[in-house]
Design a protein around this ligand. Structure first.
Ligand code: SF4
Length: 351
């Protein structure tokens, strides 16, 4: 039941009254959502755009909240902004400009808020990384000492892991040096587990992020259908096979169950090619972090809608079976998106 409801919420969104609508509208990764706990499972539920027509409604009664789906009501907890959102760093920067709460245990920060692919004009068509900068809701570069202060404040409120992602800073280290400095600063000042996300880089660069203290890594191929990748991620498409090499190197360094990749569904991908690609990933030991497309305003894919829940369910169940068949255990992943689970029902189907 839990997995089904979460799957429906991530695909259909929820129709929320204006007074309960808040959340980051742009940025790296699946923005545009409100964090709720559904049976203790963090869910980053879409509330803008297509979600305004969702058949699932968010209700408030006697200071309690429910989602009503087809007449069935389920009690949920809306996650409020953490206290550190009202605080500033020692040099006066608002902490929410540095990192945001991704649920109630995971912190998220885009260390470098630009991407060379936006300059080159071959950016991923679903990506909103530079839009939050354009709208003044974040900073271009998150300095290590700022991240250390925010992570320390957040740790005091129960956050125990962090996702550090980056736009591709250049075509050499792709931002891995910035990620290493950020990781080291968080590790030197907190007990948090650290997840880093980056495009494929050399084994040396992967090693440097691990030596800085990173516990898990995401190298996101986005789609396992080559044609869909060419269409939607023109800058990344040429590297299809490079991803498998980078994952292999990352597994050597980070160890089993610590390497994952987003697989975004709803990009017009071929079903069979995607299922076969998921098997190939699991065979290699990589966690296929299956997520429904999150169409963001002001991006080329803003008018698309996510796949239907029943379509997503087939991919979740297939990924879970394939992970079990190949001895991949996402429950052992130490930090970041797989552990957080806010944008995917994968772990809810796996449990
Ligand atoms: S899965 Fe969690 S950490 Fe990852 S982008 Fe979604 S909310 Fe953030």
């Amino acid at each position: 039941m839990e997995a089904t409801l979460k799957n429906r919420l991530l695909c259909l969104g929820m129709n929320a009254p204006d007074e309960l609508k808040e959340g980051r509208k742009w940025g790296a990764g699946p923005a545009g959502g409100r964090y709720v706990l559904v049976h203790d499972s963090v869910t980053n539920v879409p509330i803008f755009g297509f979600a305004e027509d969702s058949p699932i409604h968010l209700l408030e009664r006697d200071d309690k909240h429910y989602v009503s789906d087809g007449g069935e009501e389920t009690k949920v907890d809306l996650l409020d902004n953490p206290r550190f959102y009202d605080a500033s760093t020692s040099d006066g920067v608002r902490m929410w400009m540095i990192a945001l709460a991704h649920g109630n245990r995971c912190l998220g920060s885009t260390v470098y808020q630009r991407c060379v692919r936006w300059e080159l004009g071959d950016q991923c068509q679903f990506c909103g990384i530079e839009l939050s900068l354009k709208h003044g809701t974040t900073m271009e570069v998150k300095k290590p000492h700022h991240l250390a202060e925010v992570a320390e404040a957040a740790e005091g409120e129960g956050f125990n892991h962090i996702t550090l992602t980056t736009g591709t800073a250049n075509l050499k280290d792709k931002g891995s040096r910035m990620l290493s400095s950020a990781t080291r600063a968080v590790k030197d000042n907190t007990k948090m587990r650290v997840h880093v996300q980056i495009e494929p880089v050399s084994k040396e660069e992967i090693k440097s992020m691990h030596s800085a203290g990173a516990d898990s890594i995401g190298i996101h191929i986005e789609s396992l259908d080559r044609k869909a990748l060419e269409r939607v991620c023109p800058g990344k498409a040429g590297d299809y096979d490079v991803y498998f090499e980078a994952w292999e190197n990352a597994l050597d360094i980070f160890g089993p169950n610590q390497v994952s990749s987003y697989i975004i569904l709803g990009l017009g991908e071929d079903r069979n090619e995607t299922l076969a690609g998921i098997d190939r990933m699991c065979e290699a030991g990589v966690i296929p972090f299956v997520v429904p497309l999150r169409p963001l305003d002001e991006t080329p894919l803003q008018d698309l809608i996510p796949p239907r829940p029943e379509v997503m369910e087939e991919f979740y169940l297939h990924a879970c079976d394939s992970m079990r068949d190949h001895g991949v255990d996402p429950a052992k992943n130490l930090a970041g998106c797989v552990r957080c689970g806010g944008c995917s029902a994968l772990m809810d189907y796996y449990r």
